[in-house]
Design a protein around this ligand. Structure first.
Ligand code: FUL
Length: 477
């Protein structure tokens, strides 16, 4: 009987999960009835006339989001209040009965088109919990309603990179109970958008478990299959309109994928993590929070602890009542985009050399880690502590090293150290755990060395690296 970690070593992502992972950093846009009523959870009985953006500009959303270095956008097509941002044929509770574009508007279409024009991927959020729809709680009739809405969204707005299913429900003990037909929903999604990742209450992407922008030190993409059971996600999701929920993260299980955590588990799946967090305290726009937009520094910390720690980052940017992203948020996002470019400018190892203690075969030589293509280095399986030496060719200043495993063949590295060569001696500069899709090792002080040595202290059998990059921050002025 193989050990659980050996089973885990064989688990690999699907093509759609791989594509989703490469999106790395993308936006959530919470926009809808709540934008106009100044609440986080609408009750579902606000008249459609209240939805009245005065200067709606999806192009401005796309440009602003792009300026921050994000690669996609997920729109709340329907939040818990049930109001639809597209003219659904299955309800009267939508933009078609609002003053927006005289009842002829379609927010989903305008946003999808703007994304396309600006080279952003587009994704949808369709809340399963619906406080307006009368069939909610009746079982099959609501499931049919939900699937009909899915069909509209999945056929009329081009290719989607993700479908985001929220686990939240605030019905409480005495509220309506709707038994969701998850398998039926997924069947519609796979048939109509086979490349879209089904996220959160779904099989492709795992919720990090909090809304505070925090991920685990060791974020494993291979975890026990029970973590993908929707009841488990729902249990951890928000159940009341509690403003403090977004700050809580102590309820998170700290270790999901280590050898210890998965001991005895036989069903392991590829279920990578996504960090979802808002640029403001709330998910929807509130004028009272205009002075609470997260700073560039704060965003960068979150970025390092998500994109830089084997998770993706879904950053919420809520457009305001005019239908534009507020100047305050737009300014921070633009600065953040420029900050990232300065942080990771020219790749310094481009003309360097790499050597290793072992290579599994000639196809997987060490030098592959320096190439920006699909080739990768793989250590020999009997090499317990494989090492890689990266030579800049001359003494070089750098302050971050970015490592990527070749996750197409699984997640293997459990722990590694980084050293630099100083006066012919190796000095350890960092001690880390997992790598996965991406690990950003950022040093507080600028390093100066000709060579970097990476020692893999522990792995699951087929240690690989797709890429190693080094950068020196550009100082301004
Ligand atoms: C939660 C929802 O209740 C919030 O309103 C928001 O949409 C967030 C992303 O998910 O579960």
């Amino acid at each position: 009987m193989p050990e659980s970690y050996q089973i885990a070593a064989e688990v690999t992502p699907s093509a759609r999960q791989l594509k989703w992972q490469q999106t790395e950093f993308y936006a959530f846009c919470h926009f809808g009835m709540n934008t106009f009523t100044d609440v986080e959870w609408g009750t579902g009985d606000t008249p459609p006339e209240v939805f009245q953006p005065t200067d709606f500009d999806a192009d401005q959303w796309a440009k602003t989001i792009k300026s921050a270095g994000m690669r996609g956008l997920i729109l709340t097509c329907k939040h818990h209040d049930g109001f639809c941002l597209w003219p659904s044929a299955y309800t009267e509770y939508s933009v078609k009965n609002s003053p927006f574009r005289d009842g002829h508007g379609d927010v989903v279409k305008e946003v999808a088109d703007a994304c396309k024009a600006h080279g952003l991927k587009f994704g949808i959020y369709l809340s399963p919990w619906d406080r307006h729809e009368p069939t909610y709680g009746q079982g099959e009739p609501y499931n049919t309603y939900y699937k009909n809405q899915l069909r509209e969204l999945l056929t009329n707005y081009g290719e989607l990179f993700c479908i985001w299913l929220d686990g939240a429900c605030g019905e409480g003990k005495n509220g309506k109970v709707q038994k969701y037909d998850w398998q039926g929903y997924y069947a519609v999604m796979r048939a109509l958008q086979p490349n879209a990742a089904i996220c959160i209450s779904g099989p492709d992407v795992r919720w990090i478990g909090n809304e505070a922008g925090v991920c685990r030190e060791s974020e494993w993409s291979v975890v026990p299959s029970w973590l993908a059971i929707n009841e488990y996600t729902a249990e951890k999701s928000q159940k009341t309109d509690d403003k403090r929920f977004a700050k809580k993260h102590n309820a998170m299980v700290l270790d999901l994928g280590s050898r210890k955590a998965i001991r005895g588990e036989t069903e392991l799946i590829w279920y990578p993590a996504e960090v979802d967090v808002s640029i403001r305290p709330g998910w929807f726009y509130h004028a009272s929070q205009d002075n609470k937009v997260k700073s560039v520094e704060k965003l960068f910390n979150i970025y390092l602890r998500s994109v830089g720690a084997n998770a993706s980052l879904l950053l919420n940017v809520p457009p305001d009542k005019t239908g534009r992203i507020h100047a305050e948020d737009a300014m921070v996002l633009d600065s953040f985009g420029r900050f990232l470019k300065r942080e990771f400018p020219t790749e310094l190892l481009e003309n360097g050399r790499a050597s290793a203690t072992s290579e599994s075969d000639t196809e997987h030589e060490a030098g592959n880690v320096l190439k920006a293509d699909d080739s990768f280095w793989q250590a020999a399986s009997d090499d317990e502590h494989p090492e890689l030496i990266l030579d800049f060719g001359e003494e070089t200043a750098f302050d971050s090293v970015i490592l990527q495993e070749n996750i197409a063949t699984g997640q293997q590295i459990e722990a590694f150290d980084l050293y630099i060569q100083k006066h012919e001696r190796w000095k350890r500069v960092g001690k880390y755990t997992v790598i996965g899709y991406k690990r950003i090792c950022r040093f507080k002080k600028t390093m100066r060395a000709r060579k970097i040595r990476l020692v893999i202290r522990s792995h699951r059998g087929k240690a690989t690296l797709l890429r190693v990059c080094a950068y020196k921050r550009e100082e301004i002025g």
